[in-house]
Design a binder for this molecule. Structure first.
Ligand code: GCB
Length: 617
């Protein structure tokens, strides 16, 4: 057993403590917990009556009319104008839109309420209320006291609850959830997806010892020459940790173990944050062909935390993307977080299996999780299945780029996404946005996000989906943002938004940057089951033709072309899609229709991926 003094690398410490999400607890899947999923009560409150008084001022904490309070009526003369009732219940997790017709198109405030009993706790244990995600703004109250608020519809957050705050029985928990869209939020007013509202992901009490490991990252040290490491069978592992608790700064020791390879390292800390670096032998690297995960065990006093972690290196070398030193081609597909046959947000591990199962039917090795961070179940499943992941923040279309406040909100979501998933080997790309229109302000904004992501995590590639202008002969990508991203990704729709599919064959592609080129989207709409000749829009034959021509175009792509994630795996709900015959509120570019049936184009792409896989072996 090697005993090592922690290298409290000052620079690393600095960047770690600069995380906006100081309090976020990672790996809640493997901590002691009590689920608060299940049946909650609700009140629909479009005027925010429970929050503002009649002068439109925020109500005082003790105001009996505030919806976080619920005083029992004193008697028959008492006037009470709100309340929670078993006649009005809703399931958590889950979007509200799909749960009852009254919610279908609703955007605004809904109050969620439930009670829970104090879990059995040791004297020194601490309790945190954790939300996987709430779309979009959440104000959280316990027993009439505000715990805090969070903005951002797709990332987790937590608040500490002191033991004194908890009653033995009937703790009154209320969440004000508001999914109204605003110009200065992220995303902004305009998106091509359904604005599902609600407590859309798990809610739980996470119980920790006094001192605990709150955040950590452990990965292959990015600077090592991976080919040499493979040859020598000796790898360098590095990472950081962040502790929480009153005694964490007094020479606490953390033990990091990977039992399967007999590794046990002790790092000593004189600060609540630090970094580590050690060697490991006999490590099998993670890849789509061999998604090897190791149980990694962290111990800090009473706090024992395990995780399943894969080790791999992703990098760009000139025009190529290398995984563990070998060139890869990404056979991808884009996915929205939606279970189309039930017209609802995906919410649990069975849903993740369903979506990734469909993706595997297509023989992909990569998924683009568009356009916001998906549920942690997805990235954990991708780790086990060996599917590479592109994960994105909802900086989509025309964000308010000149607004510093908006940049801050985007960075916060970026931090939360990175912190939650930085131990998922499958995640190889952080995307800072999609189809943002070129301007000086936008490029400054987006560059700042790229730099921020690189500073937080140097073990992944950074990208953003760019747009391309069509000039028949050549598609030339010179978006100034391409200078800063590791790979140049573009959304390509020639043959759908411009011209007809046959125009693709002759189209040529070139980038201004000596970097890998990736098609983050390409696709065409078809209503499942509608058949006609190939030139008829919305027919499965049109979409099939589009993909055939796209794949022909692939034959003449420049050598830096390293993959694609077509748009999209399954039809998805969008209020922007109002053709009364073919769309009816659905974006029809799915290769699978909203009933779960595979369209003709699915098989065209699958065949291409099957062949590509053989070629690449
Ligand atoms: C895009 C967007 C995507 C849309 C898609 C479409 O470029 O990135 O969110 O849904 O096009 O169907 O037009």
């Amino acid at each position: 057993m090697i005993f090592k003094k922690i290298i409290a690398a000052f620079l690393v410490l600095l960047s770690v403590s600069a995380f906006a999400q100081e309090n976020l607890i990672v790996n809640t899947h493997n901590r002691k917990q009590v689920s608060l999923n299940g049946t909650w009560h609700y009140i629909i409150d479009p005027y925010e009556t429970g929050f503002y008084d009649y002068r439109y001022k925020e109500k005082g904490e003790k105001d009996p009319e505030a919806y976080w309070n619920n005083p029992e009526p004193h008697g028959k003369t008492d006037r009470k104008e709100h309340g929670y009732s078993d006649d009005y219940t809703i399931q958590v997790p889950g979007d509200w839109n799909s749960q009852d017709d009254v919610f279908k198109y609703y955007e605004g405030t809904v109050w969620y309420q439930r009670t829970f009993d104090k879990p059995k706790l040791d004297k020194n244990e601490r309790v945190f209320l954790y939300f996987g995600a709430v779309n979009y703004e959440a104000h959280v109250y316990l027993n009439g006291k505000k715990l805090g608020m969070h903005k951002g519809g797709f990332t987790p957050f937590n608040f500490e609850i002191s033991q004194e705050m908890l009653e033995d029985e009937g703790n009154f928990l209320v969440v004000k959830v508001d999914n109204k869209r605003y110009a200065d939020e992220v995303p902004t007013l305009n998106t091509d997806w359904w604005n599902y509202g609600g407590i859309t992901r798990d809610v739980k009490l996470v119980i920790t010892p006094q001192n605990f490991i709150q955040q950590y990252a452990i990965h292959l040290e990015q600077s090592q020459d991976i080919e040499k490491s493979i040859k020598r069978k000796k790898f360098n592992i590095s990472g950081y940790f962040k502790l929480n608790g009153p005694n964490t700064s007094s020479e606490e020791k953390i033990t990091i173990e990977i039992p399967e390879i007999g590794l046990k390292e002790k790092v000593e800390s004189n600060a609540s944050e630090g970094s580590f670096n050690f060697d490991a032998k006999k490590l099998e690297l993670w890849s789509p062909e061999n998604p090897k995960l190791y149980e990694v065990k962290f111990t800090l006093g009473e706090n024992i935390l395990t995780d399943k972690i894969g080790f791999r290196k992703i990098e760009v070398a000139g025009k190529e993307v290398l995984l563990n030193g070998k060139k890869i081609f990404m056979r991808g597909i884009s996915i929205h977080e939606e279970i189309a046959p039930e017209a609802r947000r995906a919410k649990n591990s069975a849903d993740a299996d369903k979506l990734l199962g469909w993706a595997r039917d297509l023989n992909v090795n990569m998924v683009r999780l568009a356009h916001y961070p998906h549920n942690e179940y997805m990235t954990r499943a991708a780790d086990s299945l060996g599917i590479l992941v592109w994960s994105e923040i909802p900086v989509y279309w025309t964000i308010d780029f000149k607004n510093e406040g908006v940049l801050k909100k985007a960075k916060k979501q970026l931090d939360e996404m990175i912190i939650r998933d930085q131990n998922r080997a499958s995640v190889i790309i952080w995307s800072v946005g999609n189809e943002t229109p070129v301007s000086e302000a936008r490029t400054r904004f987006m560059k700042s996000l790229v730099m921020h992501a690189k500073e937080k995590d140097n073990t992944r590639l950074i990208s953003a989906a760019l747009e391309v202008g069509y000039n028949r002969g050549k598609n030339y990508i010179d978006d100034p943002l391409g200078e800063y991203t590791d790979i140049v990704s573009v959304n390509e729709y020639l043959g759908w938004y411009g011209d007809l599919p046959h125009a693709k064959v002759k189209s040529k592609w070139e980038t201004a940057y000596n970097k890998p080129l990736f098609f983050s989207e390409t696709g065409a709409g078809a209503k499942g089951g509608f058949h006609a000749d190939k030139e008829t829009r919305w027919s499965e034959e049109f979409q099939e033709w589009y993909f055939e021509e796209t794949l022909k175009m692939m034959e003449n792509m420049p050598e830096n072309f390293m993959g694609l994630s077509p748009w999209i795996l399954v039809d998805f709900r969008s209020p922007k899609r109002n053709n009364p015959k073919f769309q009816e509120g659905w974006n029809r570019k799915g290769l699978i229709d909203n009933q779960g049936n595979k369209k003709k184009a699915f098989f065209v792409l699958k065949k291409y991926y099957d062949e590509k896989e053989k070629e690449d072996q």
